[in-house]
Design a protein around this ligand. Structure first.
Ligand code: G6P
Length: 612
């Protein structure tokens, strides 16, 4: 999704801005641009295509301005083109604006401004913003130093939709204004310089001190000051938060791609996420939570709501909560949940999972659940993200920044945190037993077992080489393994562009088996001893029809019947997705590499989907 960077300080802004954009590339985009304040007025350099193309724009090396804004665009209104790229300016070229989000009433505003004589050069919703600011700016007869801020505020109050906006004005070479509503934006505080970004990793090498904004808080940045205003432009105080992430964790550290690095970071991510929440003989503790036995006993349902990979982690969470706590749990896709009038009341707990904490559908589903009286609990990887400001409670995965669009370490960290949460609930409910004791032991052994599972890398790579030209693949499993089949299939689609389907193994014969023919690749996951024989029978059905088979298992099976078997360490079924997904992550990765694709930035996808 669109990315925003801003800089105000004493250094040349343009290289810092471009560097910031390069670090936001992983979010997904199709055009890029920057605008700085120069002696002779505003510069505006932009084009469709990659950020590095900006270096080819004539004059970019001559920019001297020490204040500027920058943007990577992910097209929504208007195709990727130079005109539609941000920054956008008004007719008089007084203001430059970058925007992330969607202005839903832009047609109405465009009509209003056209009647006042304004013209438009792009198809974007964003272009109304600099012109509307210009309109209010010229209407204001006062000349005090809040004039620009007032114009921005008035314009923002006319906008419907979501936005994170940065504005610079040639009349104010020492100020930048930013505001957000339902769209991500962070402010990094430096020494004599300040930074803006859509997310933390892009500016982590400059500062660890961040400010997070609430909706419709306005910020005026100068080189030495950052002043915050509420929606009525009364000054307000804000505290910085220190981010502990290591700047080098947003670098590749010698790995060819972020995805591969993140796959290998999973032992650490799991270790850090489990942290000191329990030991083998102590109860689970979440310092952020204070659920009582009475409250948990009163629940008639838990919903787990998320999108994409986070939703798949939710399926493992449902399994754990139902098994350990006996509370009915449903998993819902956020974009569906928000429009299907779900049955929620104060006896419902809604858990939202989002790596980024910025996914628009998940946030909207959370707001709806709150309105309907449910308690809300967010699980995210990003401190200060929007979802944590909306939820009643927030707990964190400690996976570190995840840069590759295809989620890996965030998924496994979410699964482990959900299982630990289920144990925490079970212990409050007084349901602890020897099963939980041994589950805890297994959780503590996961980092070591992930390292074991990663040792299959070469075998997986070899198999990938045999099948990378396939057009279709199937992922099958039963019970918890079916949730992993879903995630494995999504990974493959996302980064290899191979069509794939995931199915409960027993459901195959009710339709999809019609698609199995000679040479089709079928991947199955078998980690549950109670179900392994059933799944083997289903795989026999596809072998009979000529399928090539890859099996991921921790069971003792006759390996000779399959084309390739990958053995992973045995563990408790509730956490088995954390091990069985590893070969599938590697499988998608190597197929994508074999096809020569951009693993970290797959086509059409965005890391953090901040629009509906
Ligand atoms: C996008 C990403 C997926 C991710 C999903 C949810 O679709 O491409 O990898 O799983 O968003 O993201 P979240 O940040 O809410 O976990």
């Amino acid at each position: 999704m669109c990315g925003i960077v801003g800089y105000i300080g004493n250094k040349k802004a343009s290289p810092i801005l471009i560097n910031g954009l390069l670090r936001l590339e992983y979010r997904g985009y199709d055009s890029a641009g920057i605008s700085t304040i120069e002696k002779e007025g505003l510069s505006l350099m932009k084009d469709k295509g990659r950020v590095k193309n900006l270096y080819n724009i004539e004059g970019i090396d001559n920019l001297e301005g020490t204040i500027g804004i920058a943007h990577t665009r992910w097209a929504t209104h208007g195709k990727p083109s130079k005109e539609n790229s941000h920054p956008h300016t008004d007719n008089s070229k007084t203001f430059s604006v970058v925007h992330n989000g969607i202005i839903e009433n832009y047609n109405e505003i465009r009509k209003f401004l056209s009647e006042k004589g304004y013209s438009f050069y792009s198809q974007t919703d964003t272009e109304v913003i600099p012109n509307l600011v210009h309109y209010y700016y010229t209407q204001d007869v006062q000349t005090d130093n809040l004039k620009l801020l007032r114009a921005v505020k008035n314009a923002c109050f006319d906008l419907k939709g979501s936005f994170a906006i940065e504005i610079i004005c040639k009349d104010y070479p020492d100020n930048m204004i930013v505001v957000r509503k339902d769209s991500p934006l962070v402010i990094g505080k430096g020494d004599g310089e300040n930074y803006i970004s859509s997310d933390i990793p892009a500016i982590l090498s400059f500062t660890r001190n961040f400010y997070f904004l609430e909706d419709l808080e306005f910020v005026v940045l100068s080189r030495n000051d950052i002043t915050f205003y509420d929606r009525n432009l009364n000054p307000i105080k804000k505290e910085t938060k220190t981010i502990e992430w290591n700047a080098s964790s947003s670098e590749k550290d010698g790995y060819e791609d972020f995805m591969l690095k993140e796959i290998y970071e999973q032992p650490t991510a799991i270790r850090e996420t489990v942290g000191a929440k329990f030991s083998e003989d102590s109860k689970c503790e979440f310092e952020e939570l204070n659920f009582s036995k009475e409250y948990l006993e009163s629940l008639n349902k838990i919903y787990i709501i998320a999108c994409g990979t986070a939703m798949h982690a939710g399926l493992a969470g449902k399994n754990a909560i139902e098994k350990l706590c006996k509370i009915p749990t449903e998993v819902d896709i956020a974009s569906e949940f928000r429009y299907r009038n779900p049955i929620i009341d104060n006896k419902t707990l809604c858990i939202f999972i989002s790596q980024s904490g910025e996914t628009a559908d998940t946030i909207a589903a959370l707001k709806l659940s709150k309105e309907k009286g449910a308690k809300t609990l967010a699980i995210t990887n990003v401190i200060g993200s929007s979802i944590t400001r909306e939820a009643d409670y927030s707990i964190y995965t400690h996976a570190g920044p995840e840069i590759a669009v295809a989620s890996t370490k965030a998924y496994t960290s979410q699964v482990v945190l959900l299982v630990v949460l289920a144990i925490y609930f079970a212990e409050i409910l007084g349901l602890e037993n020897s099963y939980i004791t041994s589950l805890k032991k297994e959780i503590l052994e996961l980092p070591k077992k992930i390292e074991e599972a990663l040792k299959n890398s070469e075998i997986v790579k070899d198999f990938s080489k045999k099948v990378y030209q396939e057009k279709d693949m199937f992922f099958l499993g039963r019970g918890i393994d079916e949730t992993v089949a879903k995630e494995g299939s999504l990974k493959l689609k996302e980064i290899s562009y191979i069509h794939s389907e995931s199915y409960p193994a027993g459901e195959l014969k009710h339709g999809p088996i019609a698609l199995i023919e000679n040479g089709v690749t079928v991947i199955s996951i078998m980690t549950d001893s109670n179900l392994v024989e059933k799944t083997v029978s289903n795989i026999q059905e596809v072998i009979t029809r000529g399928a090539k088979t890859l099996v991921i298992t921790n069971q003792n099976i006759d390996v000779n019947q399959f084309d390739m078997v990958i053995q992973i360490p045995d563990t408790n079924p509730l956490v088995s997705p954390i091990l069985s997904i590893i070969p599938l992550q590697l499988f998608s990765y190597y197929i994508s590499k074999e096809k020569g694709l951009d693993v970290d930035k797959p086509r059409n996808l965005a890391k953090s989907v901040t629009v509906e």
